[in-house]
Design a protein around this ligand. Sequence first.
Ligand SMILES: Nc1ncnc2c1ncn2[C@@H]1O[C@H](COP(=O)(O)OP(=O)(O)OP(=O)(O)O)[C@@H](O)[C@H]1O
Ligand SMILES: [Mg+2]
Length: 143
Amino acid sequence: MTGNPKTASMSLLKTETAPVRTDTDVVLVRQKVRAWAVELGFGLVDQTKIVTAASELARNVLIYGGGGTVRLEALNDGMRKGLRLTFEDHGPGISNLELAMKDGYSTGTGLGLGLSGAKRLSNEFELRSAPGEGTRVMIARWK
Ligand SMILES: Nc1ncnc2c1ncn2[C@@H]1O[C@H](COP(=O)(O)OP(=O)(O)OP(=O)(O)O)[C@@H](O)[C@H]1O
Ligand SMILES: [Mg+2]
């Protein structure tokens, strides 16, 4: 036997990496995520959920991470279509992930709802960060 049965039939339909360095980039990321969600056949509610999550994570990359990138991946796992987004920056990182995920916790001027909101709006959420090295947040939404 080779491969993981859970991912054996996963196929990557399309992928692209976009910069997240300016406010304009955040707008472009929102538009791109919307367009990909439409192309995957997502309904309006699912489109809005992943666009909103993407917007929060892109703003974090910009504000806290000092800029970075997002990789978009259109997937088909054999049953469902999915959109996976991976936000990455090489900023200061997050020292306490549990605290950062708490509703209302912010080291800036925000409401502290971005990360927790993005998690609630997604079917998959993974946050990895090493202080001094940067932050990576992966979300996926399936239909
Ligand atoms: N990419 C990142 N790099 C470094 N720290 C981050 C990053 N993303 C989030 N954080 C930290 O996690 C905290 C919580 O993030 P979250 O997005 O939930 O709230 P916020 O950005 O402070 O406010 P809001 O998103 O509601 O405007 C931030 O205040 C910041 O300290
Ligand atoms: Mg935020």
